[in-house]
Every structure is written in C-alpha cells, then in structure tokens.
Design a protein around this ligand. Sequence first.
Ligand code: ACO
Length: 162
Amino acid sequence: LKWEVITNDGVERHSKHLVALKNIFSKQLPNMPKEYIVRLVFDSRHKSMLCMKNGNVIGGITYRPFPKQRMGEIAFCAISANEQVKGYGTRLMNHIKEYAKETENMTHLITFADNNAVGYFQKQGFTKEIMMEREKWNGYIKEYDGGTIMECQLDGQVSYVD
Ligand code: ACO
C-alpha cells in the first residue's frame, strides 16, 4: 500500500485521484448528498490522504486543517467495499494521525461520525468525550443529524506508523 496527501491543485494526476476517491465516498456514504462530497473533496481548503494499491485509489480520508486551532476535521473516511475488513481502515487512520502530528503540527483530530461508524472510530482511539476547549471547535465543525462528534488526541511521543 502507498499513502499520499494531495489537494485539488490543478495537477491532472491529483484530479484523477480525487475523482476516484469521491466515487468511493459516494458509494460508501450513501446518506451524504453527492454534491456535498464533491464540493468538499475538491475544495482547496481540504486535503485528502489517499490509500493506494497497485496505483489505484482504494480509500482515503478527506480532512480540513485548522492550523490556528492545531486541529483537523475529518470530513469523510472510507475504504472501497472489496477492500474492507483487511485492516486497511486502521492503517489509513494511523497514517493520517502520523501526518497530522508530524507534518501539520496538530494536537487533535475531530470528526462527526456516522452513527454506524462510531465503533470503528472508537477502535481508532476516538472518544465521544471532547477534551479540547469548546471554543476551539464550536462553530468550525459541521454537525448533522444522525452523527456523533468524536475526538482523538494526538500524542507527540507516539509513532503511529512503523
Ligand atoms: N463499526 C464497528 N467496527 C467496525 C466498523 C464499524 N462500522 N467497521 C470496521 N470496524 C472494525 C473492524 O471489525 C476492525 O476491528 P478489529 O480490529 O477488532 O478486527 C476495525 O474496525 C478496523 O477494521 P479495518 O479492516 O481496519 O477497517 P476497514 O478497512 O474495513 O475500514 C471503514 C473501516 C473505513 C469504516 C470501512 O468499513 C468503510 O469504508 N465503511 C463505510 C464508510 C464509513 O462508514 N465511513 C465512516 C463514516 S464517518 C465519516 O466519514 C466522518
């Protein structure tokens, strides 16, 4: 597997990968409006960590950095259906944690998890209890019905990938 963080910066290869990722999100997150997924994945303020297998995008995470707050908001996270339950979702989250900590200088990741994904996020070290000061995230995070806000504190002493 290969891991890469890209944005919609006009590079053709990046556009192709973002289209592939957007298609995975649309399939795997059927309750999310497709236009909303397109808008965020291609928004220049968002970045995407790709999970690539044999040159193909098989999953990823789209997130928005909030540098002043030293946090990142995970907007979408998915692995394509035929590649699920192989541990890739765990590795994907570990790679985004390491990148957030080392490259983005973040202390927290936050997400509004689908109710059926709460178990997955809990296994990845996210909690429903938000330790971050409310004024840091309140008003930044998009909330929607049928979801739960969850937080993951990043430990500067921990290496999340080998
Ligand atoms: N609920 C509870 N546990 C889960 C779930 C779930 N929905 N999905 C996976 N797990 C568990 C697995 O059983 C596994 O547990 P184990 O380590 O004890 O064996 C662990 O979480 C990780 O499994 P992986 O194989 O690493 O995960 P996978 O590659 O299947 O990816 C993912 C997990 C990304 C959630 C995938 O199932 C997926 O794309 N689902 C559909 C999209 C989705 O729900 N995304 C999150 C929505 S919320 C958001 O995007 C902000």
